[in-house]
Design a protein around this ligand. Structure first.
Ligand SMILES: [Zn+2]
Length: 269
């Protein structure tokens, strides 16, 4: 499932569309996770003026205060050419170029916001990891009294948005914090450390174009893969040697809330 670095990678890839005018939109089915908005055609005849991101939602800003909201779900991706039967949305631009939304599992979401930024899916989201409304102190206070593991807390989109299974494992390894530790027992110093490693991991992942896993689902707009898996310290490395220089331990996998977590029990406490 795409996490913040993958969505941000897609956003950056879509930036080349700014200034282009949409000629026509073709929907090849009635719905993705939800039905398409009835007036999806309203995007035609407008130029793309900006492309923003909030959590894992892409906000494609069009002329006359219309925003096209898109979420990639589990397997959604944007590309420039037709791929086959999972191409659900095809956008043709006046200049002859094309944008295709492909989504085999159809958990993606598309909607329109007529004026402003208010949308039910955006209203209850927590702070952005790179925003000024989040830091180690705020993270620490949001963990107070929480009887859940720190791994589960990092996946809670009210605590911070955009972190999923891959990056939570990587952040906690780099911070030296066990994923099993209860959120309420994270010290202020450790919360600061988790905050810093969140910045480091997410920045490095965006720099690498995100993470394409073995399922091959995630691709950049131009079809390139995301190369961050080459830098995974723990994710999907069960049974392999720990990458810390002085550690002779092996990476372990535990299941938390039905999701795999990878960690080193020597390096993380
Ligand atoms: Zn280790």
């Amino acid at each position: 499932m795409p996490e913040l670095p993958e969505v941000e990678t897609v956003r950056r890839g879509l930036m080349e569309l700014i200034g282009k005018e949409i000629l026509a939109v073709e929907l090849n089915r009635a719905d993705l996770r939800y039905p398409f908005p009835e007036d999806m055609d309203a995007i035609a005849g407008r130029k793309i003026i900006a492309i923003d991101r909030r959590a894992k939602y892409l906000l494609i800003r069009l002329e006359n205060d219309l925003t096209w909201l898109a979420h990639l779900g589990m397997t959604g991706r944007f590309g420039k050419t037709l791929e086959g039967k999972h191409d659900h949305v095809v956008i043709d631009f006046v200049d002859g170029s094309r944008l295709v939304y492909t989504d085999p599992r159809r958990f993606g979401i598309m909607d329109l916001i007529h004026g402003g930024n208010e949308h039910k899916l955006l209203n209850h989201l927590g702070p952005e990891p790179f925003g000024s409304e989040w830091n180690g102190t705020i993270l620490h206070s949001s963990l107070q009294g929480r009887n859940i593991s720190i791994k589960s807390a990092l996946l809670d989109q009210k605590i911070v948005v955009g972190i999923g299974n891959i990056y939570a494992s990587e952040i906690l390894f780099r911070a030296g914090v066990s994923p099993n530790r209860l959120a309420k027992n994270i010290s202020k110093k450790k919360a600061e450390c988790i905050y810093n490693e969140t910045q480091n991991v997410l920045c490095a992942a965006i720099e690498a174009g995100g993470s394409t896993l073995r399922d091959g689902q995630f691709k950049q707009i131009d079809g390139n893969l995301g190369y961050f898996p080459h830098e995974f310290a723990v994710y999907d490395r069960e049974g392999e040697s720990c990458t810390s220089v002085e550690c002779t331990n092996f990476i372990q996998r535990v299941v938390q809330s039905g999701r795999s977590t990878f960690y080193c029990s020597q390096c993380q406490s």
